[in-house]
Write a protein that binds this ligand. Structure first.
Ligand code: SF4
Ligand code: SF4
Length: 235
């Protein structure tokens, strides 16, 4: 399998809707008329796009939580890609998931859960035929690298991490229950994004622009005062 930039994709699959609004990612750039966009979302989202593309949605995160108990989406997204293209049978897709996950050394029951997840994703997705594509596909593969000022901020350059608002990565949003919180500061210390500050009484304030939803704070809180709510609104 080759990995690299695809400049004019016929199919684009977006794992989290917040990426649609991320100006450093621009997942729709390069899509031509007639191409197909799939968004992992429980509901439709207004998408500003001058070209006529066809959009479909599916709540893969909800299905991953149902089968795996975690928002791990690789098998789900792969299954949707297979079905959207209309080129890969259910049997071939299941065989590929089993083979790939076995190579990673996963246990049989985990592989089976992923297969069940992939099957439901495949069966609940409609194939979307490519019609009237306005470009000829470019078979051009280049090395993956960061694109300097035009792309994702390069962490090796100084002073630009503020540009990367990691809040757009979040699947679960941590919410502090002040009735349970004892202002012990543990979440403030453990947050890997340093996006928790303390108010004058020592209670935590989460900066959701940068909170990436890792839930380390919720795991470490000795009072179980931080709840995780699934994020379903993006802007
Ligand atoms: S979820 Fe992660 S990034 Fe967000 S406040 Fe908690 S520890 Fe920090
Ligand atoms: S770790 Fe829990 S109890 Fe301590 S400050 Fe954070 S939310 Fe409050």
């Amino acid at each position: 399998m080759e990995r690299g930039h695809i400049f004019n994709p016929s199919y684009v699959l977006v794992t989290t809707p917040s990426l649609l609004f991320d100006m450093t990612v621009k997942p729709l750039e390069g899509m031509a008329e007639g191409s197909v966009l799939f968004v992992n979302s429980p509901k439709e989202i207004p998408i500003e796009q001058s070209k006529k593309i066809r959009v479909s949605y599916g709540d893969l995160t909800g299905l991953a939580l149902k089968y795996l108990g975690k928002d791990i989406l690789s098998a789900a997204m792969g299954a949707v890609a297979c079905k959207l293209s209309g080129l890969i049978s259910l049997q071939s897709m299941v065989g590929a998931v089993e083979e790939e996950l076995a190579e990673l050394g996963l246990e049989t029951d985990i592989i089976e859960k992923n297969v069940q997840l992939a099957k439901e994703c495949y069966l609940s997705t409609e194939s979307v035929e490519l019609r009237g594509l306005s470009h000829k596909p470019l078979h051009k593969v280049v090395e993956v690298r960061y694109l300097g000022e035009k792309g994702i901020p390069d962490l090796l350059s100084t002073g630009n991490t503020a540009l990367r608002k990691t809040g757009s990565w979040r699947v679960f949003k941590p919410i502090v229950d002040k009735n349970l919180c004892t202002a012990c500061s543990i979440c403030y210390i453990y947050c890997p994004e340093a996006c928790i500050s303390l108010d004058e009484q020592g209670y935590p304030i989460i900066n959701y622009d940068y909170c990436k939803g890792c839930l380390v704070c919720a795991t470490e809180c000795p009072r179980n005062a931080i709840k995780a709510e699934r994020e379903i609104v993006w802007s």
